[in-house]
Design a protein around this ligand. Structure first.
Ligand SMILES: [Zn+2]
Length: 676
């Protein structure tokens, strides 16, 4: 146990814990109690324990009776233990906007029953929106349906002190983890067998039924808790890290899947927005109290890919399914709240639970706010881009009944990117490069993904001539072997090695290939959507010997698994340039269980940004496509993926202010500006 974990265990003992009295959290479920408490679910500073299952049931029923035009309590199913799986809808029932045409949002709290922060926060957020008379928020309720879900009553009741419960449970009464239960595309760990439990089956039926009836989902999140931040993963990647232990109170995590450029843009915009808002809302005495007790610096938040943030990933995550095209097809993130886990479990500690509730408020309210916007970014390119066609992979998992068929290819990444680009991005055939029919000299960039077809002399000669005459050649993954065909390095300088996931440690942050890539990011592609298992290291990464590369005048921008293995770099050749990315768009594999099909590509936001940089692209807004074939960007320069969102500022400010206010004991939570 490390020093910080020891300190964490002391938190429950050192903070002013209260002895919870049965059914005295308190929660108001009648007019007299409501008058006395001021809220149905009072703020953490006025509570002495976690909301019990019975209190939630009577409290939410009372809230619905008080605000019947705002709230609808659905029971979507029954848990293994025989308890209701609740879904609370918040919208303006009387709005003129037809129900099916509203913007739907999905939130799940405490899917893991021992991670109470999500559910505690959701109850307060539901009440905030039921109570509001803020015009901006009311306007949102006119066209938005917010679904708050409580998937795991069994794990909750197990720790209810009022019912003699000893500890909250992670799983349901079958001991099954409900966050490994979702039918995600790609590798599925056999024993998980998604949709095996009544909770996930009923929630899945509810949600897919909504989609089938025409409801469109916009934003959503699965809000979890962690013991502490994954130190190894987070700290090792933080260039600013010196020697102080640093923790993040909230890990904001990107999902894994096949996302279009605009979908990825929205995820990044959302992560950045929530991250900034957490810095605003979590700074103050509660966080300082936690820091002084643990003797540890705790930052309000970090954001990144799941593996970058947590140090692991897995198959069957609900948060991933929410974002998939065959799932809810929404912009989604997962969140981990610190110390909302096996410790402190059902021990109520006020500053900590205050921080959990404020985190959930900040997360949900900012996502609701973003759901009112519809950014349409474009990739501005200096010229036309060609990419080499390679064989597609089509089939289905023969080991599973009714498995989903697929027809995938990593070059779909280029084709899809072309949908949002200011210049054409087109496929060219190998034979047409050999014959000259492809006229590759007309393209600013030529992208070769995976193909190792670089041994045909005519093909190699054509590509070489293209570069020497000023072309920009981009090689990714297996196509890195082309570097030996072009006689830049020898065949023995190029290596394929398996890793947990595709990643690149950036060595030179000033290089144009990593422009806009964040300092804490290293993962470049997600393994699971492509069928790679994480039980052993399977994700391919192609590298070039760094010494050989630099001796030929090449520039090493990033490495993987040691400085001798260059996985990102470029070299001048004649009037042109050759760059390579060793881990970004590998072919999917069919060797493992993949009952729900495979994805064509799964770069993280870093992988995306590196590819856009490699073809000289810039993210812009306000671009109008031209019909006459003279496409030229007329939009103002954006700030790349990391640019701030363009949503309506007035709505945003109203919501953010609301999120920060709460009804909190001012003396205990006097806030001051947080430093980044
Ligand atoms: Zn969890």
């Amino acid at each position: 146990m490390n020093k910080f974990l020891c300190a964490v265990v002391l938190v429950a003992l050192a903070l002013p814990a209260f002895s919870p009295i049965a059914a005295a959290t308190p929660v108001a479920d009648n007019d007299a109690a409501y008058l006395a408490l001021g809220r149905v679910f009072p703020e953490p500073y006025e509570c002495v324990g976690f909301v019990t299952w019975n209190e939630f049931q009577s409290g939410i029923a009372y809230l619905e009776s008080k605000f019947p035009d705002r709230l609808k309590v659905n029971v979507v199913g029954t848990s293994v233990g025989g308890h209701e799986v609740y879904q609370v809808e918040v919208t303006n029932e009387k709005s003129a906007t037809p129900y099916e045409q509203r913007r739907f949002l999905y939130f799940s709290g405490s899917t893991h029953g021992n991670e109470r922060g999500g559910a505690e926060g959701q109850m307060r957020v539901i009440e905030d929106w039921a109570l509001t008379s803020d015009p901006a928020m009311m306007k949102i309720l006119d066209n938005t349906v917010i679904l708050f879900n409580f998937l795991n009553p069994d794990g909750w009741i197990a720790g209810d002190i009022s019912q003699g419960g000893a500890m909250y449970n992670r799983g349901n009464d079958n001991g099954v983890d409900l966050n490994r239960e979702w039918p995600v595309v790609g590798w599925i760990y056999g024993p998980y067998s998604p949709l095996s439990e009544p909770e996930s089956i009923s929630m899945y039926a509810n949600l897919t039924g909504r989609v089938a009836s025409g409801q469109k989902f916009y934003y959503g999140a699965d809000i979890h808790g962690m013991l502490v931040d994954a130190l190894d993963a987070a700290l090792a990647m933080d260039p600013g890290y010196v020697s102080t232990l640093k923790q993040s109170f909230v890990d904001v995590m990107m999902p894994a899947g096949e996302y279009t450029f605009r979908e990825m843009y929205k995820q990044v915009e959302c992560a950045k927005t929530v991250y900034n808002a957490l810095y605003e809302n979590l700074s103050g005495s509660a966080l300082e109290q936690l820091q002084s007790i643990t003797g540890t610096e705790i930052k309000p938040a970090m954001w990144g890919a799941c593996w970058d943030a947590l140090g692991y990933t897995d198959s069957g995550f609900m948060g991933d399914w929410l974002t998939l095209h065959d799932g809810l097809n929404l912009t989604g993130l997962d969140y981990e709240l610190m110390l909302s886990h096996t410790a402190p479990n059902n021990v109520w500690t006020i500053p900590l639970e205050y921080l959990h509730v404020q985190s959930v408020r900040t997360i949900i309210n900012n996502m609701i706010c973003l759901s009112q916007t519809d950014p349409k970014p474009w990739v501005s390119l200096p010229g036309k881009v060609a990419y080499l066609e390679i064989p597609r992979i089509a089939g289905r998992d023969s080991g599973a009944e009714n498995s989903t068929p697929y027809d995938v290819c990593p070059t779909d990444f280029m084709a899809d990117l072309g949908t949002f680009a200011t210049q054409p991005i087109v496929p060219v055939k190998y034979a047409d490069i050999v014959s000259g029919k492809a006229k590759i000299e007309d393209y600013t960039s030529l992208v070769i993904i995976e193909s190792d077809a670089g041994k045909d002399a005519k093909y190699v000669e054509a590509v070489k001539k293209y570069v020497e005459n000023g072309g920009n050649l981009v090689l990714t993954d297996g196509a890195t072997t082309m570097l030996s065909a072009l006689e830049i390095v020898s065949e023995s300088d190029i290596t394929e090695s398996p890793f947990y996931a595709g990643y690149i440690d950036i060595q030179d942050w000033s290089d144009a290939l990593v422009k806009e890539v964040r300092g804490t990011a290293r993962q470049t592609y997600e393994p699971v959507p492509l069928g790679f298992s994480i039980l052993s290291d399977e994700s391919p990464v192609w590298s070039v010997n760094s010494d050989s590369w630099t001796s030929k005048g090449g520039k090493v921008v990033g490495t993987t698994g040691g400085e001798e293995s260059a996985t990102l770099g470029w070299i001048k050749m004649g009037d042109g340039n050759v760059s390579f990315v060793g881990a970004v768009l590998p072919n999917p594999i069919e060797d493992n269980d993949h009952p729900y099909g495979l994805s064509s590509y799964s770069p993280t936001y870093s992988g995306y940004q590196i590819m856009i940089n490699a073809i000289g692209g810039t993210t812009i807004m306000n671009y109008t496509p031209q019909q006459n074939g003279t496409n030229a960007p007329d939009g103002k320069q954006g700030r790349g993926f990391l640019g701030l969102p363009g949503f309506e500022a007035s709505v945003a400010i109203a919501i953010l202010a609301f999120a920060a206010a709460g009804k909190i004991n001012g003396a205990k939570t006097k806030s001051k500006s947080g430093k980044r």
